[in-house]
Design a binder for this molecule. Structure first.
Ligand code: IMP
Ligand code: MG
Length: 182
């Protein structure tokens, strides 16, 4: 079994990091509007807090991909399950993602959006796991690099649980000796 473990990033630290990211986006956009594309469902808390901090005029859209199922390892098989309702052609698009693990999800999304003639595509990720091979994902705005642990809260889930925690915590084996599910 898995249980909620230590707090990795508390609410105040999240707020500070998001304020910093918003300032970076505002500086780069210099008043030009942007389309924030949130990746459902994990990015919604982050996207809302980021958008509220931005002075850049933004519109919002969402897409959903599935790769994890209910395990704690990426399946690597990324499918588009819900598409945008907005035309991205000619727009500055900022993809807003909760966490970059293997980077496959973002690669797939960049591939999909790249065919639709946006003016630019940037990536804003709250978290990135430090694992070999994922540092070639072109993240323009990164909140926090983290160790390679499974985290929940602030939008991130395990089998749909824990999304509404207001901070990021580590999911840990509960110590009764039983192996964690794959
Ligand atoms: P990637 O394709 O391996 O980069 O995985 C990215 C996606 O997997 C994220 O959008 C999350 O939805 C999910 N994910 C990756 N790591 C975690 C984690 O530690 N906790 C919760 N979800 C995660
Ligand atoms: Mg996600």
């Amino acid at each position: 079994m898995l249980k909620l473990g230590r707090t990795l990033i508390d609410t105040r630290t999240l707020d500070e990091g998001i304020a910093r990211l918003a300032a970076e986006v505002d500086r780069d956009q210099a008043g030009r509007p942007a389309l924030l594309v949130g990746i459902l469902k994990g990015s919604v808390f982050f996207l809302c807090d980021l958008a509220k901090r931005l002075k850049t005029p933004v519109s919002l859209d969402f897409l959903q991909v599935s790769s994890y199922g209910s395990g704690t390892k990426s399946s690597g098989n990324v499918r588009l399950v819900r598409d945008l309702t907005t035309d991205v052609a000619g727009k500055d698009v900022i993809i807003v993602e909760d966490i970059v693990d293997t980077g496959r999800t973002l690669q797939k999304i960049i591939e999909i959006l790249g065919t639709r003639h946006p003016k630019s595509v940037k990536i804003c990720a709250l978290l990135q796991k430090r694992i070999p091979g994922n540092d070639d994902v072109p993240i323009d705005y990164l909140g926090f690099p983290i160790e390679d642990v499974f985290v929940v809260g602030y939008g991130l889930d395990h089998a749909e649980a824990f999304r509404n925690l207001p901070y990021i915590a580590v999911l840990e084996p509960d110590g009764d000796g039983s192996p964690a599910p794959a």
